[in-house]
Design a binder for this molecule. Structure first.
Ligand code: T1G
Length: 697
């Protein structure tokens, strides 16, 4: 008979095997009711002399996905996870974790404290705490190295890397992969353990496998480089070193203390904010959570340029069939080789096999014709950013596609409303704004037009997720959210340059803040011709000062297109290492002289504030207009799209930390210095500052 121990855990005896089942939707987080239930199950198992083994399994879609993140902000209620885990470890009869879905964080720690672990082939395992700015706090750093080796454990803990069941079986994390019927497989395994004498095997009692003496020093250096600015990855190395050099109990205390300390750190709060914001961003106003999704199997991509190719590649990667439509054999041929190059580098890295690449490419059709698109479910328009060209393509797609097919535009700046209303299917039109390179960049700004149908919005959100992207729904607004805010930072960087700062100073300040690359090094990478084209597109809406601040055009005129010509804002050697270039200085000096500007010393603080606050001020306008639904959406956009350091939580979260009153005072100061048209505080900032509130209340 099944006995309900707590709201979340039940226990049943099947002969001499007990089965404890946890059921705490949606992801079986280790909430209080689960911990209490597990503790009761262990007691019942230990007391029951007839029971010779216990299986620990989860209902629903996954094994325990970790500690309950929602409980982090509250005082912890006993039994604490560490206590439950110590009791599992101390069991005098075998406990077998039966795993499906993802065993993560505290969930994996529970499994590690069991005597044995079996899993279905699709299960995944990880200690992703580091991504939340914390580290394992319930024995993960102690038991994992003993089971799978120090180096492998270090990689999982410091990078949050997940592994699949095959790897887990190879490295000793799990004892068996069972068939798709997990309960059946786990019962069979338990029977074999009982028949073999019911041995228990405690990971805590295994010896520490040998490891290379330079392991930790090398790892520290690599973490510093790869996770610049992040605290937890560095601490992870210290933690694992402690775990394998100190006695078990002492190391356990150290682990718990580290986890607790990190939990209260500003970085962890920021990263947990983003975890929640990313999920919140999937909730779209007017779209029910259970909205029906349209079936998307075949997608047409119009425009075989850089964007079209990248988009086609990620659609192929996700298992979809793609028709890539172009204007000439030549452009399509280039597209095919462009896509093949993307796959060649995956082959070289070893992330894809030649057969898999072959399979993906076999789903790609290249054509100049709009005929035969009847089985296409969705079309992505990715042609050049010109209104009449896009309108013409929309017209052709409208005529060629089934009535219920969806058309999305990849426009960055054009008015999606105009494109939608010219179509005969306005409710089936929306935007999907990918970023270059589309097969790499995580962010997709999905754009809703006023008549986009709710199920269309739900479908493009699901499609972006299927492509492994981070979608955020935005509304009508020139440049949407990411580029619109970026254009203000670009403007300020240019103004600062003509006022007397150098590209190297501005880049140093912004990368010192945490951006992966400064704006001028980035411009050199993207190409000055691209920057000049973007500038030309915005020219009609620029102020007089912006129009005359034409350093980009001067660089192009001097043939300095950036890295590809060996010189832009910087000069590049054959290894593409940048150094300041007197020739670029001369161009800047000439520009300043022509404009009658006497260069001045500019402080690093001024550079950072002007670049950052110009963005935050624009974000406040975007929020007021409703082009972004909430501040969290903007934080997700900037951290997943443009390298805003995640450990600061995104521009809005960071602005709240600085304080809106401080930001407003700075905006007033720069209004006087640079001009009101650039720095007048947005009404929302005025209001929040007056009320003493932040974007998050
Ligand atoms: N606690 C509470 N809620 C959680 C949760 C958790 N650990 N994980 C997910 N949710 C919520 C999530 O907010 C969402 O809610 C819903 O579940 C579905 O999630 C002591 C310190 C498991 C791979 O970091 O990686 O253990 O938005 O949309 O895409 O060492 O969730 O619907 O209201 O993401 O299928 C470590 C985090 C904790 C795992 C499922 N564990 N979760 O992905 O669904 S720290 C993690 C995930 C720890 C110990 C420590 C994913 C997933 P809502 P979802 P999904």
């Amino acid at each position: 008979m099944t006995e309900l121990l707590t709201q979340a855990v039940s226990l049943v005896a099947l002969g001499d095997i007990m089965v404890a089942t946890a059921d705490n939707p949606p992801v079986n987080a280790l909430s209080h009711s689960v911990r209490a239930g597990l503790s009761d199950a262990i007691s019942a198992f230990e007391k029951n002399d007839a029971a010779r083994a216990m299986i620990l399994v989860c209902a629903g879609r996954t094994f325990f996905a970790g500690a309950d993140i929602r409980e982090f902000a509250k005082p912890m209620r006993e039994p604490l996870l560490g206590e439950v885990i110590a009791r599992l470890d101390g069991c005098t009869k075998p406990v077998i974790a039966a795993i499906h879905g993802t065993a993560l964080g505290g969930g994996l720690e529970v499994a590690l404290a069991c005597s044995y672990r079996v899993a279905v082939a699709s299960a995944r395992f990880g200690l992703p705490e580091v991504k939340l700015g914390i580290l394992p706090g319930a024995g993960g750093s102690l038991r994992l190295p003993r089971l799978i080796g120090v180096e492998a454990a270090l990689a999982m803990i410091s990078e949050g890397r997940q592994i699949d069941a095959a790897e887990a079986a190879r490295n000793g994390l799990i004892d068996a992969i069972v068939g798709s019927d997990l309960a059946d497989g786990a019962l069979g395994f338990a029977r074999r353990i009982i028949d073999a004498g019911g041995d228990i095997r405690r990971a805590s009692e295994l010896p520490i496998p040998s490891f290379h003496s330079a392991l930790f020093e090398t790892a520290r250096a690599s973490m510093r480089k790869r996770f610049r600015g992040y605290v937890a990855p560095q601490k992870a190395v210290d933690l694992v070193e402690t775990a394998v050099t100190m006695p078990f109990a002492d190391a356990g205390e150290r682990e718990y203390a580290t986890c607790k300390e990190l939990l209260g750190s500003p970085q962890s709060k920021a990263l947990r904010h983003l975890f929640a914001a990313e999920r919140e961003a999937l909730k779209i106003e007017g779209v029910p959570a259970d909205a029906s999704l349209r079936d998307i199997r075949k997608v047409a991509v119009v425009g075989p340029g850089t964007m079209g190719r990248g988009i086609a590649a990620c659609l192929l990667d996700a298992g979809l069939s793609v028709v890539l439509i172009g204007l000439s054999d030549e452009s399509l041929g280039k597209a095919r080789s462009g896509i093949a190059r993307i796959y060649e580098s995956a082959l070289k890295r070893g992330s894809l096999s030649a057969e898999e690449i072959e399979r993906r490419l076999s789903r790609l059709t290249l054509t100049q014709s709009y005929d035969g698109l009847a089985d296409v479910d969705l079309a992505v328009e990715a042609v050049t950013e010109q209104r009449d060209v896009k309108a013409e393509v929309f017209g052709k797609l409208d005529a060629a596609l089934r009535d219920d097919a969806i058309i999305v535009t990849n426009t960055s700046f054009l008015d999606i409303e105009e494109l939608a209303s010219a179509s005969r299917r306005p409710s089936n039109v929306a935007g999907m704004h990918f970023f270059n390179p589309a097969h790499v960049m995580k962010l997709v700004e999905n754009v809703r037009a006023s008549r986009s149908a709710p199920d269309v919005l739900a479908t493009i959100t699901a499609l972006a997720r299927r492509l492994g992207k981070t979608p955020v729904m935005v509304g009508r607004s020139e440049g949407f959210v990411a580029n619109r805010m970026l254009s203000k930072r670009t403007r300020e960087a240019q103004f600062l340059l003509e006022e007397g700062a150098t590209p190297a100073q501005i880049d140093r300040v912004l990368s010192g803040f945490g951006f992966p690359i400064g704006p001028f090094a980035l411009a050199d990478l993207a190409g000055m011709d691209i920057m000049a084209a973007a500038r030309a597109a915005r020219l009609p809406r620029m102020s007089d000062r912006e129009k005359s601040c034409n350093i980009v055009d001067r660089l192009v005129a001097a043939g300095r297109l950036g890295q590809k010509t060996g010189a832009g804002y910087y000069r590049y050697d054959e290894k593409r290492t940048a150094s300041p270039d007197p020739e670029a200085d001369t161009i800047l000096d000439t520009h300043r002289r022509d404009r009658g500007i006497v260069p001045r010393e500019i402080s690093d603080d001024e550079i950072l504030e002007r670049c950052l606050y110009a963005m935050v001020n624009e974000a406040a306008k975007i929020l007021e207009e409703g082009a972004a639904a909430r501040p969290g959406d903007i934080d997700v956009i900037w951290t997943s799209g443009f390298g805003f350091p995640s450990y600061l939580g995104g521009p809005m979260f960071h602005a709240d930390r600085i304080g809106i009153q401080t930001i407003k005072a700075a905006l007033d100061r720069y209004s006087a210095l640079v001009g009101r048209e650039y720095f007048q505080p947005a009404p929302l900032i005025e209001r929040l500052a007056a009320e003493g509130k932040g974007f998050y209340g």
